[in-house]
Design a protein around this ligand. Structure first.
Ligand code: GAL
Length: 413
């Protein structure tokens, strides 16, 4: 997304052409939901869109970063996808700032979205008072999934604090079980790091660091404790981690070749796709923490700034399908997330989703991901790079890691 500022700045928004849909309500949908769970979940939306007479042209691109770059390139090239999957927040705003995004406000007003969406999410889905995205879920990033048989085999309990986790990891390693299944990509390393930051520092500390980019909070002893804890985790990941995809790591945990995975609850979508009831052979808990916090990322469908009626009609139909309560239930049960509509009951959701809904009732627990939601792409990318550098360079001390983090943010602001 950092490329956006340079690329799109060169191209006046009037370059936006007609959407690639051939006939009325044909929507080309560009997305990065390519894992088993993700594509099964998207299939629920596709089925609903088709049932309403729409034609769905699927453009899957593996990897969030690749898909987001592809969206920008298609827009710049004047052949935008009708609809693209994104996550709401600052990085979608950057596209809108460049005039690359249309609105679906007519559908939102007719569907009374303001009345059914959490206020923060409604606000972040709008620009200049108009809905530029149709949000579909709330994912939590600070989840800890664990293989119950692996823990039993090593005789360890589900850890409640990070010091407990380190003890459990030592025991697991001695029992020949990889303690942590991790995909060695910056965004995955950041998710693990942020679970430690929230867990060790607490939700107020998390909000100061990522909500206010508060230097005093970053320079604090608390932050040093975070870096020390992260350093202690390095030895509990297997050598095959670098470059591993998140869903491959999820499979390791599901099979028990690794005990834990710290990942967003889209990992739960892989359990569902594999026929595993969350909370049985694989358990879920929020990552060890000193207080209740939920690091949210909200997936949405956004709409290229197309001018042709066919494209606009397809976008309006898609927006209404996304907000349909039945679609929100079917999609979220498969995706591992929870519905973004507050009027969808949790009766049919699994134990993990019920914990998510319960946690989010406390507005102080509602935290923004440092990924696509809460920060501009330049700062978010600098944070991921600094964390990845620290994680992978074992010669860096916690003090050096903290300095790297602070400098990266300062230079990206
Ligand atoms: C996130 C997205 C999730 C999941 C994950 C891994 O950005 O919000 O829905 O797709 O990427 O692909």
């Amino acid at each position: 997304m950092r490329a956006l500022k340079t690329l799109a700045g060169l191209v006046p928004a009037l370059m936006i052409g007609v959407s690639t849909g051939a006939s009325a309500q044909t929507a080309e949908v560009l997305h990065w939901w390519t894992s088993g769970g993700e594509s099964a979940a998207l299939g629920k939306v596709r089925a609903a869109y088709t049932a309403k007479g729409g034609t769905w042209k699927d453009t899957p691109i593996a990897g969030g970063g690749n898909a987001r770059a592809a969206v920008v390139n298609r827009m710049i090239g004047g052949k935008p996808p009708t609809v693209f999957m994104f996550s709401i927040g600052k990085q979608l705003d950057e596209l809108a700032e460049q005039g690359l995004v249309g609105d679906v406000n007519d559908v939102a007003v007719a569907g009374k979205w303001d009345a059914v969406l959490p206020p923060l999410i409604a606000q972040v889905s709008k620009r200049d008072g108009k809905y530029i995205a149709a949000p579909i879920n709330i994912h939590g990033e600070n989840w800890m999934f664990y293989n119950t048989a692996a823990l039993k085999k090593a005789g360890v309990e589900v850890p409640k604090t990070w010091p407990d986790f380190l003890k459990a990891a030592k025991t697991l390693k001695a029992a020949g079980i990889t303690p942590i299944a991790l995909g060695g990509e910056p965004w995955q390393e950041r998710i693990l790091f942020n679970s430690v930051l929230l867990g060790v520092g607490g939700r107020d500390h998390y909000a100061k660091v990522y909500g206010q980019l508060d230097e005093a909070a970053m320079k604090s002893d608390t932050m040093l404790e975070v870096f020390k804890t992260v350093a202690a985790l390095r030895e509990f990941v297997d050598e095959g981690s670098p470059g591993r995809k998140w869903n491959i790591a999820a499979n390791m945990m599901m099979k028990g070749t690794a005990a834990f995975q710290f990942m967003g609850d889209w990992a739960k979508g892989e359990l569902v796709a594999a026929g595993i009831e969350p909370g049985t052979t694989v358990g879920c808990a929020l990552a060890p923490a000193k207080d209740k916090g939920y690091i949210m990322t909200v997936d949405a469908f956004a709409f290229s700034n197309v001018k042709d009626k066919a494209g606009r009609d397809a976008q309006k139909l898609m927006a209404s399908v996304i907000m349909d309560p039945a679609v929100q239930v079917a999609f979220n049960k498969q995706k591992g997330s929870i519905p973004v509509r507050t009027d969808v009951t949790d009766a049919s959701f699994d134990v993990c989703a019920k914990l998510a809904m319960e946690t989010l009732k406390d507005t102080k627990a509602q935290l923004a991901s440092s990924g696509l939601f809460g920060l501009p792409s330049s700062v978010s990318g600098a944070i991921d790079d600094a964390i990845s550098n620290y994680w992978n360079n074992r010669s860096l001390t916690p003090e050096q890691g903290r300095d790297l983090f602070i400098k990266a943010i300062a230079s990206a602001k």
